[in-house]
Design a binder for this molecule. Structure first.
Ligand SMILES: C[S@@+](CC[C@H](N)C(=O)[O-])C[C@H]1O[C@@H](n2cnc3c(N)ncnc32)[C@H](O)[C@@H]1O
Length: 261
């Protein structure tokens, strides 16, 4: 999604514990091992900050020898930076993420599902706060929930510049939302769903009021590779539709929460 010009391996020092925990299964193992062989202080940092990653790092280093050729090393580091560019950019320069064209989708995709007027809204995985700040134009108040410290600061700075005073920025995860039961009228996620999908879907039902709405817009790209998320959402009785963003077709999902008394 991003060019790696602005990034260097030292930017791994900016990562938070939960982001480091996401690396196994996603980061290219040989290239990462080679990069760590050449940068032991980064390996030490990652293991101290996120001890659960220790076994993974030890294994990939055992399976992959260090390399001496500097050109080959540079290619490996570039691949690692490319793979992790999203999370590194969030922590290093959120303003770059904030300017990406894909944010320019029509907010009516949400307001055509339900009105946000005078409601209590939660934007989960808020990023740089696009949805939260747009929702704030209609809502009574909006909770922008984001686990990355730098992004929370960014949302606060942006809200201040826009003179928006009904956005409350909070730390939290989709599977563990620091809000009471039956508190939210409309819960929205955009490009942020599925780290722990089943737990997240149950948590959404907990915080949303009876007759409130849960909207995931966009939730997934419109292709069969996201079929397991799609199937899980249908099991939870979500409706879905497709719409176009700057980078292609996306699916949105929504449901009205009905709680038995
Ligand atoms: C692709 S960005 C989307 C940001 C924003 N919603 C948007 O549409 O631009 C995903 C966001 O979710 C956050 N995130 C990552 N894991 C999360 C989790 N388990 N719970 C909540 N947010 C998470 C990331 O830090 C990042 O800001």
């Amino acid at each position: 999604m991003f060019t790696t010009e602005k990034l260097e391996l030292k930017d791994f020092y900016l990562l938070e514990e939960f982001q480091i925990a996401y690396l196994p299964g996603w980061i290219p193992e040989r290239e990462f091992a080679v990069a760590l062989w050449a940068n032991p202080s980064i390996e030490d940092f990652l293991k101290r900050k996120c001890p659960v990653i220790t076994d993974f790092i030890n294994r990939i280093k055992k399976e992959n020898e260090p390399i001496k050729d500097n050109n080959e090393l540079a290619i490996c580091i570039k691949k690692v930076l490319q793979t992790c560019s999203d999370i590194l950019i969030y922590n290093k320069c959120p303003e770059v993420y904030d300017k990406l064209e894909f944010h320019n989708w029509d907010f009516k995709e949400i307001t055509s599902i339900t009105s946000l007027d005078a409601k209590i809204i939660l934007d989960g995985g808020s990023g740089t706060g696009h949805v939260a700040l747009e929702a704030a134009k209609y809502a009574r108040y909006v909770f922008a929930m984001e686990p990355v410290t730098r992004l929370r600061q960014f949302i606060k700075e942006k809200a201040k510049k826009l003179k928006t005073d009904n956005v409350y920025v909070i730390d939290g995860f989709l599977h563990s939302i620091p809000l009471p039961d039956n508190f939210i009228d409309v819960l929205i996620t955009s490009h942020a769903l599925g780290w722990q999908l089943k737990d997240e879907l149950m948590e959404f039902e907990r915080v949303v009021k009876n007759e409130g709405y849960i909207i995931h817009c966009p939730a997934t790209v419109d292709n069969p590779s996201d079929q397991s998320t799609h199937n899980e959402l249908l099991k939870y009785s979500y409706s879905f539709d497709k719409y176009k963003e700057a980078d292609g077709w996306k699916r949105k999902y929504w449901k009205k929460v009905i709680k038995r008394r």
